[in-house]
Design a protein around this ligand. Structure first.
Ligand code: NAP
Length: 534
């Protein structure tokens, strides 16, 4: 039962991914009534939708998992160092069953409209099926990379073959055998899918606009002794990881790439390459800040690509030209090696742009490529997209779409001025995508739940970001990345991948500093928020 009889529930949670599941679990445990909504047919979020071949996490499994239950983390057994998508989805299902979470969600039910009812001080939620639900609090758990980007390429709808997006992969899979397949895109999703598709399809053509930086995962089965070692003191392991940048449990090499000899630098890069995965970014502390240091990282990749890819012309096309660190580093298994296969071709769209998609395939300025299947690995309208595809209207009917017309503004990445009693999990302005997401999700879930307890205990009915605090937060985000390579380039971090989207770096880059700030804000009576009684 909600504490206020004028609403159906204390809180509404949108999304049944890792954030939504943790949120409903916590609210229910703490005595708040909650209703969840989910567009998909079941739990899992990212891991529900991204079923493309080769999909796998690039954060180690022992870290990419919930820590709210010691029994859960002790009993669940991961089979690989980096878990594949089916295993992560099994884990999500296990969590849903173990904690009986499905009962809180209405599946196959997209929320289309969320309106703050000023007179009654609560949220009115309308779903695609026309149903209306009222709750005191609105908590969005819609994910950061869940609004798939389908590029506006002329003729896309005329393609007669099968058209699929990696972010909306069909449940039943896509039969590639004997087929001519085209993949547009070479980001994280594509580098995982391409090697598997190449093995299955008769022929694969990769349409590349920006050559990517990708490091080998060197994935491996997870040795039982390794898991046991962590489980002996899982709490200590979690604390250690959370105290490091992005909660990834690693520290960058605090040497400059420029203070070592060429031979030593090569050796350090090589060691990081052999170790594999995201930690490569920390080979030297300055490769994403200092342009000369950054040049050395690019040179290392160019050397690797030329070494692996046998055809010099293909290797040339695969050399990244943008700076290392502008876009998220990809992690692969046999990506560059795949271009040595006889059934794989690479088309450089900077040399021959797509003119249009036809019934038969893709026509570039230089040639026509006939295809049976076209895979769009074209990414997402990141961070703001998942929120703005819902029509969210705050106090006075103000639309979030209008408020964010020039870029997302939040306080702590959790709250927006003018949108009372609304909380965003992993929102723009929080560390989200630059962290081990499960860890930062749980931090947000805990912080929001604690906040609701505080409001209840104080007899407060309303909370929202103060406009001045929000502005200061935005300025702080900008100042934090001033001079860094990540904030200046064309990437989904800045909105540059979506035509017409306002350009603004949307992520807080200091986790765990962010956690400390959130705790201080709470301890200081929710400094920077406007609170009001009943
Ligand atoms: P992405 O990194 O945004 O890559 C999209 C790709 O599509 C880029 O190569 C992009 O080229 C290309 N593209 C977009 N529109 C195009 C157009 N009109 N014509 C030609 N090419 C076009 O998307 P993603 O690969 O789905 O990955 C998104 C994020 O999801 C990742 O950065 C990562 O955070 C997460 N992810 C993680 C994993 C993992 O854990 N291993 C796996 C998959 C995804 P441009 O670069 O030129 O725009």
């Amino acid at each position: 039962m909600p504490s206020n009889p004028s609403v159906d529930f204390d809180a509404i949670v949108i999304g049944a991914g890792f954030a939504g599941m943790a949120m409903v679990h916590r609210l229910n445990r703490d005595g708040f009534s909650v209703q969840g909504f989910e567009t998909g047919a079941d739990v899992g979020g990212t891991w529900y939708w991204n079923r493309y071949p080769g999909a796998r996490c690039d954060v180690p499994s022992l870290q990419y998992s919930y820590q709210f239950s010691e029994e859960l983390q002790q009993e669940w057994e991961w089979s690989e160092h980096y878990a594949p998508q089916p295993e992560i989805l099994r884990y999500a299902n296990h969590v849903a069953e173990r904690f009986d979470l499905r009962r809180f969600f209405r599946f196959n039910t997209a929320v289309t409209l969320a309106e703050f009812d000023e007179a009654n001080g609560h949220w009115k939620i309308t779903a695609a099926d026309g149903s209306v639900t009222r709750a005191h609090y609105l908590i969005t758990a819609v994910g950061c990379l869940s609004a798939a980007n389908t590029p506006d390429i002329p003729g896309l709808n005329t393609f007669a073959g099968q058209l699929v997006h990696t972010g909306h992969w069909p449940d039943e899979g896509v039969a590639m055998e004997g087929k001519r397949v085209g993949v547009i895109g070479t980001g994280s999703s594509a580098v995982q899918a391409i090697p598997i598709i190449a093995e299955e399809a008769e022929h694969l053509t990769v349409f590349q606009r920006t050559a990517t930086y990708t490091v080998p995962a060197h994935n491996r089965p997870l040795a039982p002794e390794e898991a046991q070692e962590v489980k002996r003191d899982y709490k200590g392991f979690r604390e250690f990881c959370s105290s490091k940048p992005g909660a990834y449990g690693m520290l960058p090499n605090m040497q400059s790439a420029l203070e070592v000899s060429d031979a030593e630098r090569q050796q350090i890069y090589e060691k990081a390459w052999q170790a594999g995965g995201i930690p490569f970014s920390g080979s030297f502390y300055d490769i994403t800040y200092d342009l000369k240091a950054n040049d050395t990282a690019q040179a290392f990749f160019h050397g690797k690509i030329r070494e692996i890819v046998k055809n010099p012309e293909t290797a040339r096309k695969l050399l990244p030209k943008h700076r290392f660190g502008v876009k998220r580093l990809c992690v692969d298994t046999n990506y560059y090696e795949t271009f040595n296969r006889a059934n794989v071709a690479l088309v450089d769209l900077t040399e021959e742009p797509i003119e249009r998609i036809t019934e038969a395939g893709i026509r570039t300025t230089a040639a026509t490529y006939e295809l049976d299947i076209l895979v769009l690995a074209t990414g997402f309208d990141a961070l703001t997209g998942p929120l703005l595809r819902i029509d969210i209207r705050g106090a006075g009917g103000t639309r979030l779409r209008d408020v964010w017309a020039h870029g997302a503004e939040t306080y702590l990445g959790v709250s927006v001025a003018g949108f009372p009693n609304m909380f965003i999990l992993s929102g723009p302005g929080s560390p989200s995508v630059l962290t081990n997401m499960v860890v930062s999700i749980e931090q947000h879930v805990g912080w929001v739940a604690d906040c609701l307890h505080y409001l209840r205990a104080q007899g407060l009915q309303r909370i929202e970001a103060d406009a001045a605090a929000q502005q200061a937060w935005g300025e702080e985000l900008v100042a934090m990345v001033a001079g860094s390579i990540i904030a200046t380039g064309n990437s989904w971090y800045t909105g540059a991948n979506i035509p017409g989207k306002p350009r603004r770096f949307m992520v807080h880059v200091d986790y765990p500093g962010y956690v400390k700030r959130c705790a201080e804000v709470a301890a200081d009576g929710y400094r920077g928020f406007k609170l009001a009684g009943g």
